[in-house]
Write a new protein. Sequence first.
Length: 476
Amino acid sequence: MTVETLIPVAYLIAAVTFILGLKGLSSPTTAVQGNRIAAAGMLIAVIATFFAFDVKGGVPVILAGIAVGGVAGFAGARMVKMTAMPQMVALFNGAGGGAAALVAILEFARHEELDAGVLEVGASLATLLALIIGAVSFSGSAVAFGKLQGLITPKAFRYAGQQLVTGGIAAATALLSLVLLAGAVAGSFAIEPMFLITLITLLALVFGVALVMPIGGADMPVVISLLNAYTGLAVAAAGFTLNNQLLVVAGTLVGASGTILTRLMSKAMNRSLGNVLFGAFGAAPAAGAEAATAGDDGRSIRSIGPEDAAILLSYAQNVIVVPGYGLAVAQAQHSVRELADLLESRGINVKYAIHPVAGRMPGHMNVLLAEANVPYDKLFDMDQINPEFQRADVALVIGANDVTNPAARSNPGSPIYGMPILDVDKAQNIIVIKRSMKPGFAGIDNDLYLDPKTAMLFGDAKDAVGKVVQELKKAT
Ligand code: NAP
């Protein structure tokens, strides 16, 4: 067996591990193992690639690149806080898109050298796609990162005629691409091809910025997922350009999974993708806006202390914990686990209600609770847990807001009307832990807080849950 025959085998093994890895990622119990399997497959793919191409002269440069990227990726992944994960994904994703675009530019340059300006049509099309989609993903992800990191305003940036300008940039990119392809068909170019390619690259970069700037900061996870799908497509196109089957497979997997995830997130927020990209939701006043402390109908909020919360919980038979973004911010997962253990030791039944878009990224709550070793069989999806709220003595809402807002069911004028929510208001008693009456991501008031069954326990989630734990311990 020669090295040449082993390379496709290595690539096949790597492709299978990617699929197994994705399958593993579909459940919290197998996610870590899935990640490891895919990482092992990637290692096999990287090693095989050294033998697949004539890279001898470039080995030191490649190894240096791997060292720099590896150290940066490892350190970044270890240091990043869970709440900053979306911008981390944006950064990595942008790097993938940028890499595909760079491969495309180098391929065009190489062809120019080899063929004295003559480009092959098929290869040019794949390379152009890798260039355009990769560049859009790169600049779009950079803007998404900037918004989420607070480097640029996270609010939706809008101006009159915006869609016309964005459409114009897209049309110009398409037109120049056609000119390039027409030149490739004719075998002669009216405009220098590398000049065309430079213009196309610049326009695609501007298009990425124009696409993401009008989107509100907290809508960014959906956009990042979409950009992730773009990067997958760009990588698959680069695979055609380089005649590398593994890139085609890996890129297609990323493209398909990114598309599915984007769809699922939009659906869970009851928004169409078009509405996320072009709607004004993200422009709504987000966190920071003050909320009313009394309803128009004279209802007012009821505030309680940790002692009363502990009493309410200790008399319960069934408690449903509803975690949200605030739990992630406060890093209260370990305190919540301690509270649940304490309640269970008294024979109280504790379950967790997981909304698909609670937090700021898919699976956010699952990851947090897994970190605190909350058993997976205590985590219930929205559809499973909703019928149980009416039998719950206490629904304990910790840092969740929008995903519990009954306006999504009852107020057709609400921006979140139609979004499936957790039926917290059906519980016998509701305790809400948050710091103030400020709204959540959607920037809207929550009628749940004015419900006579609701008691507000104001404070940082970790601190407040810790105090309730102390009160419960005192009572034993
Ligand atoms: P949310 O509606 O954003 O509300 C979070 C609440 O946590 C806030 O009202 C805030 O109130 C509170 N909070 C913040 N820091 C806290 C702390 N240290 N201690 C205690 N409370 C704290 O969160 P959610 O209910 O989880 O809903 C998620 C929202 O994000 C949805 O609107 C969803 O559509 C959107 N979204 C989710 C994803 C995803 O993939 N998960 C993606 C994009 C958008 P105070 O400031 O008063 O404390």
